[in-house]
Write a new protein. Structure first.
Length: 448
């Protein structure tokens, strides 16, 4: 055979063989990819971050019933936070998909809706609850099903669940500093205290702690009155009459844990009977700017509240937050629109979303156990200033601010702590032998 022809034939065979190999390699690789894709879909890592797949997040706040006056705004700000995050590309490319339910201020329904979010809707996280009874109602559901709840409201402490991050205040970040202020010279040096609350777990436990504190500070038991009313209570004429008699000596103050829409008739009756802040100041633990929207603020001037954030904080980031929230409410056609206000639970709900986002990004996963560990020690430059989750006890480090109500429905800050206050889920006045640590202990433990 001719040498040139032989070379040509050899090249042709080589090319055909190469082409066949290429086709075979392609089919192998394609098959391997398909198998890999199938395998990946069945791997036991369903929560690993995947591009574009939405992350479902539940919102569990009362949109109707007695607590709607406080909780609707928390739904609104959480949705705003989701929208902000999605507009910036989501969480590592994944948009947040909200799942909103209405437990309607019904404590049993809270548990049912929590179960729906976790088992049917398969949410990766839930932002919700206001009252402690609603939180206590859903707690077994989250713990049994290993869900993750961010709870944004001040509460009574004596809890430290592995499945909850508490971005509201503990007693040492609200109750105790408020009582200390009223007893101080700057706060009026009051010697008698009327503990008035709604009849459920938060007021009962809060007042147990407040009573123990007051007694420890030398206030006689006869100078401490305690009374409760049911949710949605409307007639405060008799109670305010008793307060008036109790305060006739001129050295009494009210520590109020009244929740929900009952605050409206309470403050109204207070003014109707001629009582003013100069006569007997009310220190409220559940009345903020959002509740004041539904009241005649002029009659409340001079009364007080203890929180960790106020809309009146004069910083660029807070002014932007207030503006953004109003713009969002107007754009969405929400009641109040551009006249909406911000308050402490609103800020706590908002920062909770962003702390969770940072933890998911750090963890590279929405898996609850992985995200939980990533949350520890995570900080966020919140509208009211930098705050951070404790490294061990699932609660938030934050400042304490005492505010005085103005006729505009806003607060003037009259007292504040220097720096952040470390959260103490268990009060030293009622449970000095207990603490919480999810790193070195299994949550709540007894001190040696």
């Amino acid at each position: 055979m001719d040498k040139k022809k032989t070379l040509k034939t050899g090249k042709k065979l080589k090319a055909e063989k190469s082409k066949a190999l290429s086709r075979r390699d392609f089919m192998w690789k394609a098959g391997a990819f398909s198998l890999g894709a199938v395998a990946a879909s069945t791997l036991p890592f369903p929560n690993v971050i995947r591009a574009a797949e939405p992350i479902k997040a539940g919102i569990l706040h009362s949109l109707s019933g007695t607590m709607a006056i406080s909780e609707v705004s928390l739904r609104d700000v959480v949705l705003m936070a989701f929208e902000e995050i999605n507009s910036m590309g989501g969480i590592k490319g994944r948009p947040i998909q909200p799942v909103v339910v209405d437990p309607a201020s019904d404590w049993d329904l809270f548990a049912e809706k929590a179960k729906q979010l976790l088992l049917k809707d398969k949410v990766s996280v839930t932002f919700g609850c206001w009252t402690s009874v609603s939180r206590k109602s859903v707690l077994p559901v989250f713990e049994k099903n290993n869900g993750l709840l961010f709870y944004p409201v001040q509460y009574e402490g004596e809890e430290c669940s592995k499945n909850v991050f508490y971005t509201g205040a503990t007693p040492n970040q609200q109750l105790i500093p408020a009582a200390e202020y009223l007893m101080s010279e700057d706060g009026g040096g009051f010697k008698k205290f009327y503990l008035l609350g709604t009849d459920y777990v938060f007021p009962r436990t809060a007042n147990k702690i407040l009573r123990a504190f007051l007694l420890a500070k030398g206030v006689p038991a006869k100078n401490i009155m305690e009374e409760y009313t049911p949710f949605h209570h409307q007639d405060y004429q008799t109670i305010v009459g008793k307060v008036k008699a109790f305060a006739s000596s001129g050295d009494a103050a009210i520590l109020s844990t009244i929740n929900g829409d009952s605050n409206v008739p309470f403050y109204k009756e207070f003014a109707n009977q001629g009582l003013r802040s100069e006569d007997v100041p009310i220190m409220a633990f559940s009345v903020a700017e959002d509740e004041l929207r539904g009241m005649d603020a002029k009659a409340l001037v001079g009364h007080l509240a203890a929180w960790n954030y106020y809309q009146s904080i004069d910083t660029p980031q807070n002014k932007k937050f207030v503006k953004d929230f109003r713009t969002y409410c107007k754009k969405k056609g929400l009641p109040g629109g551009a006249n909406r206000v911000t308050d402490d639970p609103i800020e706590a709900a908002y920062l909770g979303v962003h702390i969770w986002k940072k933890a998911v990004e750090k963890a590279g996963s929405t898996d609850v156990d992985t995200v939980r560990k990533a949350v520890y020690g995570t900080g966020f430059e919140a509208p009211g200033g930098f705050k951070k989750i404790d490294e061990r006890n699932h609660h938030l480090h934050k400042p304490v601010l005492i505010g005085e109500i103005l006729k505009t429905g806003q607060f003037r800050i009259v007292n504040s702590t220097k720096g952040l206050v470390r959260p103490e889920p268990w009060s030293k006045y009622t449970s000095p032998d207990k603490s919480c640590d999810w790193v070195n202990h299994k949550g709540t433990y007894r001190k040696i």
